[in-house]
Write a protein that binds this ligand. Structure first.
Ligand code: ZN
Length: 259
């Protein structure tokens, strides 16, 4: 057995140890880097966006005596929604509600100032004037710039058939977009119940990764308020998160081509 290593052998041995250590350090760095990627991915911020399901709860016709009930449930569930406002319902009594909607991270959109079909849909000018009246109110009173208009009865309604292209072009020129829905609670027709509302939503939402759900927030929508918690819970159970319409990947329009 050899008792003493030569200087050359010591050098070779030391070099070997150095190379092994270097390899281990490099491997450690690589693993940490891989680990970081995995953890970012698991937060859903980098990958898998294509399979993300986001539900967009939208409420037309508020603010009303029920709105605070909606806001309480949304807060409790940690969910944001989009409210399409009727301008003439914004007054001293509902001022705090509008402020709360904004403060709590909900989105506000223009529905209409007066919601009377014979007035707002008489001409393209009358329609645009009505839209701008509520938009200006939100901008001046709340310093809030709405991005979306939801036409009463939707963009395919027969009232605007003679000037649909024109009014849509004017909305777009003013820097806004219009938005329809692909799921309806049918909570503003007939005598809705919690059961009917749930069923109407349930029959359609799973067809979409980004369902835009139409509900109403007028004083007569008590059943919608009662159903809201269950609606949110079911959507959460089915893997949906929630967003406001500005977060949607694309516009939601009934008609792709204007007519
Ligand atoms: Zn409406």
């Amino acid at each position: 057995m050899k008792e003493k290593w030569t200087a050359k052998e010591k050098l070779i041995c030391a070099s070997g140890i150095f190379i092994v250590c270097l390899c281990l350090i490099i491997e450690g760095i690589s693993l940490r880097a891989a680990g970081a990627d995995i953890s970012v991915g698991s937060m859903g911020t980098v990958s898998d966006d294509s399979s993300k399901k986001i539900a967009f709860l939208t409420f037309d016709d508020g603010p009303s005596c029920l709105t605070e009930g909606y806001l309480d449930i949304l807060k409790e569930e940690g969910v944001h929604a989009t409210f399409f406002i009727i301008g003439q319902q914004v007054d001293d009594d509902t001022d705090a509600i509008i402020r709360r909607e904004i403060e709590e991270g909900h989105e506000l959109g223009v529905h209409t100032y007066c919601h009377e079909a014979n007035k707002i849909y008489s001409t393209s000018d009358a329609c645009f004037e009505d839209i701008m009246k509520i938009r200006t109110l939100l901008e001046t009173k709340y310093e809030y710039k709405p991005k979306f208009v939801r036409f009463p009865w939707g963009s395919a309604n027969s009232y605007i058939s003679s000037f649909r292209s024109d009014i849509i072009a004017r909305i777009e020129e003013s820097g806004m977009d219009y938005v329809d829905w692909n799921v309806s609670a049918e909570d503003s027709v007939g005598t809705p119940t919690v059961y009917s509302i749930m069923n109407n939503i349930r029959k359609d939402y799973s067809k979409y990764d980004e369902p835009v759900i139409l509900m109403h927030d007028s004083g007569c929508n008590k059943m919608t308020l009662e159903a809201l918690k269950d609606i949110i819970k079911e959507l959460k159970d089915k893997g949906y998160s929630f967003g406001t319409l500005s977060e949607r990947s694309k516009s939601c329009h009934f008609l792709e081509k204007r007519s």
